[in-house]
Design a protein around this ligand. Sequence first.
Ligand code: PLP
Length: 428
Amino acid sequence: MITSGSDDLMQRARRVIPGGVNSPVRAFRGVGGSPRFIASASGPYLRDVDGNEYVDLICSWGPMILGHAHPQVEAAVRDAAAKGFSFGTPSENEVALAEEIVARVEPLEQVRLVSSGTEATMSALRLARGYTGRSAVVKFAGCYHGHVDALLAAAGSGVATFALPDSAGVPDSAAHETIVLPYNDIDALRAAFEQHGDRIAAVITEASPGNMGVVPPLPGFTQALRDITTEYGALLISDEVMTGFRCSKAGWFGLEGVVPDLFTFGKVMGGGFPAAAFGGPAQIMERLAPDGPVYQAGTLSGNPVATAAGLATLRGCTDEVYARLEVVSHAIADGAANALSAAGVPHTIQWAGSMFSVFFRDEEVRNYDDARAQDTEAFGRFFHSMLEQGVHLPPSAFEVWFVGAAHDDAAVQKILDALPDAARAAAQ
Ligand code: PLP
């Protein structure tokens, strides 16, 4: 496979962009080698600058649930762009997108639109602090909520451990307000609340974690989050940036049904454009400016082109689309399991609705420590074999294999054909 065009671009990029990329995982550090620069995408395929074609299992890390350049979304974007790119005043698309989100997720009464998942979680956290008048937040190791200072802390497991910053540049003061606990551990949660309950503004959790690979809540865990936060007067923030409108029409909430105080959304609801949201009952949301004292704003919030893309995408997410995601995910996961078993490679596949990931270890993964115990080098060999055969997986062992409704039978077959060689490469 010729990759000289991508390699040249990476050299150019490194001179003017740190690490050559605008989001670290794109740099292939988790798998070695150098990234492909994509020139265009349509349906389930990516095409790089050297003309190589790949079946896409990144789907822009979630948003491209209908496939790339979906005709209805493209038409909505063209139509919106022809009328102007950004007004800085209210516009109808914002209302329509908010209505669509509120209609899908029953407990929601109001949402505020923002431009990224990071902004959504950052703002939800500020609102929770403003609402409760408390400052500490509980998060779970292995859950990613964007690059918010207080939420980057992921190290320091154990009961009520005050984490050290996980990133340089995060002040201790921010990290000290973050209590990091192991996921799926109700005893650790209860102990943290017994010790610090009167200081805790919120527990934030991925609705069903996908950022350490797919690690769904064990039965009763989300309900325990709900019960303990209620008991201590803290808010429960369910981060559905990844799962929202993917796991079901109403995201993970639609499958499990535990009602949090606040939700955050992103990815699918922007259809590939920068649109995200946070929301909850009016009684909490009215604390936001201009009605309330918690400030939150954005020059491009509710951008007319982004909201048009999001609205067209959500309206395109029909029952048939969710049925197709099920079929495609199971075909690929079954193919991966068969190929890895035949090659003798330890593996476990875990699910959240139709969202799945493959761990390169043979025991159930219940938390971040379990996820890190997998064979990431075997994944690296597997990844590169798939790439050489024209299938682009996420370049990390800790990610969801994202599919879209545009993955037709031909695209799925191309993946299935590539899996046996990749599994043998992993076994070496
Ligand atoms: N929350 C979750 C669960 C995510 O998966 C992500 C991104 O992957 C974020 C928040 C941050 O979103 P963004 O990258 O749009 O800032």
